[in-house]
Design a protein around this ligand. Structure first.
Ligand SMILES: C[S@@+](CC[C@H](N)C(=O)[O-])C[C@H]1O[C@@H](n2cnc3c(N)ncnc32)[C@H](O)[C@@H]1O
Length: 250
């Protein structure tokens, strides 16, 4: 999949398009998705949709969650086992727009993020770049390291013991994800990524490299990933976090 970047030819957006190996557009395409450089940031647009998708860790929902989200009391924090005396290192193998990873980094975790979709990766990299320039969150963002990889290949290549306490998986749910559908601004992202229908294969290699646990985020009523019963679960309002203990080769 190749999307273009709509940006003035002499802008930082045009340079970014070149770095990403994406075509530079001088007008929006007739159909589909495209990236747009405006207000010195990268955003995803979809023809026919007004809302843009961008990664903003400094203001808006992420800032609100950082200040008032409930700290270690949040289900995602409990699910990864964050507590006094345990600040796990996390591999977020399905990074998306980095929102969960940012929450965990805010709470002190070092997070290595993998994202296979080039557009999602570009949006997130741009959000991290801006975050690093903000004095309030630069330290948090410095705990997040993003790489463009497909975890299906990457996870099985890691040796044991791995350097992650927790592997975190949040693949897009194959059926329309009620969480994302409810939010208009996420529509373009959801329609670009589609459902991560191949996500079942991530569970076993993730359990081999996690030192403490694997956490899988699912819609509350969704079936277990790969049909495997978790060792324990944490229920959020619309979301469930299934936790699996490590598996070691005999
Ligand atoms: C639901 S989103 C993750 C949202 C993320 N937890 C957040 O807080 O923003 C799922 C993301 O996982 C990515 N993904 C799915 N399978 C992957 C894989 N095998 N390797 C790397 N990324 C993957 C998709 O491209 C998508 O961006």
């Amino acid at each position: 999949m190749s999307v273009g970047v709509l940006a003035p030819a002499d802008s930082a957006g045009a340079q970014l398009a070149a770095q990403l190996g994406l075509p530079l557009l001088d007008a929006a395409p007739a159909t589909g998705h495209y990236l747009v450089w405006e207000r010195e940031r990268l955003a995803l647009a979809e023809v026919g949709e007004k809302a843009r998708v961008e990664v903003d860790l400094i203001e808006g929902a992420q800032a609100h969650r950082r200040k008032f989200g409930g700290g270690r009391g949040q289900p995602v924090a409990k699910a990864v086992g964050l507590k006094s005396g345990n600040t796990p290192t996390v591999l977020d193998a399905t990074a998306g727009l980095g929102r969960d990873a940012f929450v965990l980094a805010t709470l002190g975790c070092t997070v290595h993020l993998l994202e296979r979709n080039a557009v999602a990766c570009a949006l997130l990299a741009d959000g991290l770049r801006r975050g690093l320039t903000d004095p309030d969150i630069a330290l948090i963002v410095s705990r997040m390291r993003l790489e463009h990889h497909d975890a299906r290949q990457w996870l099985p290549e890691q040796g044991q013991p791995a350097s992650y306490d927790v592997v975190y998986l949040d693949p897009m749910f194959p059926e329309p994800d009620k969480r994302a559908r409810a939010k208009k601004d996420m529509h373009a992202f959801q329609s670009l990524i589609g459902g991560d229908a191949d996500a079942d294969v991530l569970l076993a290699p993730a359990r081999k490299i996690a030192r403490q646990r694997v956490v899988v985020k699912r819609p509350r009523t969704a079936p277990w990933l790969a049909g495997v019963k978790p060792d324990f679960s944490f229920d959020g309002e619309s979301t469930r976090f299934d936790a699996y203990l490590p598996l070691r080769d005999a």
